[in-house]
Design a protein around this ligand. Structure first.
Ligand SMILES: [Zn+2]
Length: 108
């Protein structure tokens, strides 16, 4: 019985993690960009030149999973959506600095 119980608990944990981490962005070339947050966001598969920090607007509220804060951002010109991770604020470790630099590089 104990073994069954632990299996069930593990499955629940996995299911929960999957639900939280589920990416709502649907990249499609056939559908027009559409913001149906929090259900889903239809986005072009690739960002364009318009997709900079100025045009990308945060949709919904910030969420946190496993210590990483993130939100969804959509370009208000072409509709390209990204899952945006905020740099950790309560840490100044080298790993975080490295992550920030990497993120900055990815945005450009
Ligand atoms: Zn764009």
């Amino acid at each position: 019985m104990r073994r069954i119980g632990s299996n069930i608990r593990k499955q629940n944990t996995d299911a929960k993690a999957k639900r939280v981490m589920r990416n709502i962005i649907r990249y499609s070339t056939e559908e027009a960009p559409r913001n149906e947050y929090p259900k889903r966001i239809v986005s072009p598969p690739k960002p364009s030149r318009c997709c900079n920090d100025e045009n990308r607007l945060m949709v919904g509220s910030m969420r946190e999973v496993e210590g990483f804060k993130f939100c969804y951002k959509i370009c208000n010109v072409c509709g390209h959506a990204v899952k945006f991770y905020f740099p950790a604020v309560d840490s100044t470790s080298d790993a975080v600095k490295e992550y920030r630099q990497w993120k900055r590089y990815m945005v450009q």
